[in-house]
Write a protein of this length. Structure first.
Lengths: 163, 68
């Protein structure tokens, strides 16, 4: 874990840090981005009086090829589900909201079919999701084998893979 | 996965959950071929619907161009 030079986190600005890890079963790599509140910035702190924010950790895990069956599944807040379907091409194209017992009312499971939700979220894991939602810890979870954002053209796709 | 951090240090529960979820997903892929087949069918249907919508849009543009 880290950048290979003894640093666990790489600083990328006053309120952003990156983490990198690898070497676990089923996982190619893990990238995490920690976005903290703007504690260094007086104007930012004043802004937070009106629009409060939190320290948020974004974790992206790339899985090994064929480690997980091709499926799209997301757990998102109910009031942001439509926006997520607009913003993320895989959710917009393939998923629908499915009822899943144990998920709190203010969240929704978006997936291809109810069986996928049942397979990937058995009762024990659902209970843990519910716990994380109730403690206001989990913001969202998204499992996919698709592009999050559909390349608009071949040229654009070529450009994005080169980066 | 996105989650909020609590004051006073990193709560490891969300990360533990994420790793358990990945382990389970890898196992579930082997176990539940029915669910995966259903997902695949739903996906093919969604792709077919999308292709149909796109084709009808192309046809519409073509007909406008032809009439013009």
């Amino acid at each position: 874990m880290g950048d290979g030079e003894g640093h666990l986190a790489v600083r990328d600005g006053a309120s952003e840090y990156f983490f990198y890890g690898s070497g676990r079963k089923h996982i190619k790599y893990l990238k995490a981005r920690l976005c903290t509140r703007a504690r260094h910035d007086l104007a930012g702190l004043a802004y937070e009086i009106v629009y409060p924010s939190d320290d948020v950790l974004f974790v992206e895990v790339a899985l090994n090829d064929k480690a997980v069956a091709p499926a799209v599944l997301a757990i998102v807040p109910l009031n942001k589900a439509n926006q997520a379907k607009k913003d993320l091409d895989d959710l917009g194209t393939f998923t629908k909201a499915v009822g899943h017992a144990g998920i709190p009312d203010k969240y929704v499971v978006l997936t291809e079919s109810g069986e996928v939700a049942t397979t990937f979220l058995p009762q024990a894991l659902t209970a843990r999701v519910a716990e994380l939602i109730k403690s206001s810890t989990l913001i969202s979870l998204h499992l996919t084998d698709q592009y999050k954002i559909k390349p608009a053209s071949y040229e654009e796709k070529k450009g994005s893979t080169a980066v | 996965m996105q989650f909020k951090l609590k004051q006073g240090g990193l709560d490891t529960a969300p990360l533990k959950f994420l790793l358990d979820f990945i382990d389970h997903a890898a196992e579930a892929a082997k176990l539940s071929s029915t669910a995966i087949a259903k997902a695949d069918k739903a996906r093919q249907q969604a792709q077919a619907d999308l292709a149909k919508t796109m084709q009808s849009e192309v046809n519409e543009v073509d007909s406008i161009e032809n009439n013009y």
